[in-house]
Design a protein around this ligand. Sequence first.
Ligand SMILES: Cc1cc2nc3c(=O)[nH]c(=O)nc-3n(C[C@H](O)[C@H](O)[C@H](O)COP(=O)(O)OP(=O)(O)OC[C@H]3O[C@@H](n4cnc5c(N)ncnc54)[C@H](O)[C@@H]3O)c2cc1C
Length: 271
Amino acid sequence: MSLDAAGVESEWWDQRQLADRFPQFRIGEGVEVLWQKDTGFLYASACVLIYLQLAEAHGAEVREDTSVIEINWQETYPEVITNGERFQGKKVIVTAGAWTGQILSDLNLPLTVTRQQVVYYRPTDANLFQRDRFPIFLDVTWNEVLYGFPVFGREGVKIARHGMGQPVSPDTYNRTPDPAYIEHIRSFLRERIPDAAGEALFAQVCLYTETPDEDFIIDTHPDCTNLVLATGFSGHGFKFASLVGRILSEMALEDTTGFDISPFQLTRFEK
Ligand SMILES: Cc1cc2nc3c(=O)[nH]c(=O)nc-3n(C[C@H](O)[C@H](O)[C@H](O)COP(=O)(O)OP(=O)(O)OC[C@H]3O[C@@H](n4cnc5c(N)ncnc54)[C@H](O)[C@@H]3O)c2cc1C
């Protein structure tokens, strides 16, 4: 198992052990539960703010509300064209998420942008779902991958399905959550975590940028080694942001990285 290989402690629990520790869950007999005591989550918007502050503290100039319209990579030093300005860099790093396929359209990157939804449900008793009493979980026993968090930052228990979103355009996708999806997730909660199956307090639509194998793309442009790109994080990229940032900065500053990024190269899609 990957956790063992990485030297990370974990335990297998049965139904009774889960009920003793987290009575909020209802699982069938015979279902095995993998427990990892150090599991955590990142407060994503606070992380992004800190990244920006650190970048500025190290001399970066942050341009907000500035859209890149085109990247001219045919030059030795790629040129970034925005509304009214042009920038040329010895190295340019592109991490445009769901828009990377458009910005680098000549590459025909194997990216599919999909629509995802998260919902916050009212619990019968919010105390049952505080961080010291309820874990971050991932349930793979319901023919889908469903995950959830303790109450944090917003009222309600945050639950979502990983993947299975429909392909969309990042410019025109429907940002209104689907009532059918909210009901579908609630039916999961009624079965598995009945105390969290209250009304939907808040729901949000966002995007995954998926590759065919759900692994990332971290590489240089095949025809311009001064253009570095990182995309296709397939719904599991945020936790790696610090590491990917380090890799990208090494690729930009030193032309190479000490980390093994061979699984993330574009050439894998040629096979
Ligand atoms: C519902 C949901 C749940 C998720 N849960 C997890 C999780 O539990 N764990 C995890 O690790 N990851 C999770 N993720 C995935 C994670 O959010 C992404 O993998 C990560 O944000 C991808 O980073 P990125 O930099 O590639 O793209 P983004 O974070 O989307 O950043 C791209 C940036 O580029 C900017 N941009 C785009 N086009 C242009 C342009 N033309 N000009 C200028 N700027 C531009 C955008 O405005 C944006 O700021 C989740 C995602 C969703 C939607």
